[in-house]
Design a protein around this ligand. Sequence first.
Ligand code: SAM
Length: 273
Amino acid sequence: MATPIGNLEDITLRALRVLKEADIIAAEDTRQTLKLLNHYEIRNTLVSYFEHNRIERGEYLVNQLLEGKNVALVSDAGTPGISDPGEDLVRLAVSKGIPVTMVPGPAAVIAGVVLSGLPAGRFAFEGFLPMNKRARRERLESFRRETRTLVFYEAPHKLIYTLRDLRDVLGNRKAVIARELTKKFEEVWRTTLDEAVTRYENEAPRGEFVIILEGADERELHEAEIKNWEGISLEEHVRIYTDSGLDRKEAMKRVSEDRGISKRDVYKSLIGK
Ligand code: SAM
C-alpha cells in the first residue's frame, strides 16, 4: 500500500483503515513508518521488510498470509515496488495463490510526470540508472531512439553525474527537475539539460529529485535515418535488407519507403544489377 512521499496529509481513508486493521505491517524502515502511525494515532505490529532481509522475511510473511493473517506492506515513502522493496513479496504471494490487493496513493514518478508539462500520455519510468559503468552506458544509449517522455529518480549527491551523462549521450533536451514534491520546498524547474548541468555544477542539490526528460523527436530521428541512407548506394541499401532475409522485391519496397522515392524509381535504377 502507498504512503505519503513527504506530505503526511497525502494518505487515503482506506490506507488509514488498512494500517489499523492489518494483523502485521511490513515496513521498509519501522522507525519511519512509526512516525506515520504516531501522526494518525495508530497502534499496530510492525516488522521490518527491506532489501537485505527480504528473502527470510518474505518467507515469514508468506507463512503468516497462508495462516490467514492480513499483511500490509509499506515502504519508506510512496508506492512499494516502485524503486522500493515490494516486487519480490508480491511475486511470492502470487506464486502461492495468495490474494494480493493494492491501496493506491502517491508515487513520485506520477507527481513528477504530471507536473512536468511534458507529454504524459506515453512515458517510460526508468527509476535509478545503473551505477555499473558499462550497464549505465548501455542503458543511456538505449534512450537515443526512445520517443516517450523519460522519468528518472536520483539521489542529490549523484544528481550532477546523471544530468551530465544524460546531456552527453542525448544532447541538450528539455528537462524538468522536480524537487521535494508535496513538501514545503517543492520546486518544479522546467529547463534544459545544459541549464540544469550549469546550475548544479554551482549549487549543491538538496532534497529528493525526479528528472523528467523529453523523448527523442520522431521527425528528427526519421530525418537522421534518411541522412544515413544517403551515404550508401541503392544497391547496398537493398543488400542490407536481402542479407537480413527479405526477398529482393520486398527489400526494394522497403528501400523506396526509407528513401521516400517511388518503387518504380528503385526498380528502374537497379535494372540489370
Ligand atoms: N517508492 C517511491 C515512490 O513511489 O515514488 C520511490 C522510492 S525511491 C527509494 C526514492 C526516490 O524517489 C528519491 O531518490 C527520489 O528520486 C524520488 N522521490 C521520492 N519522494 C520524492 C519527493 N517528495 N520529491 C521528489 N522525488 C521524490
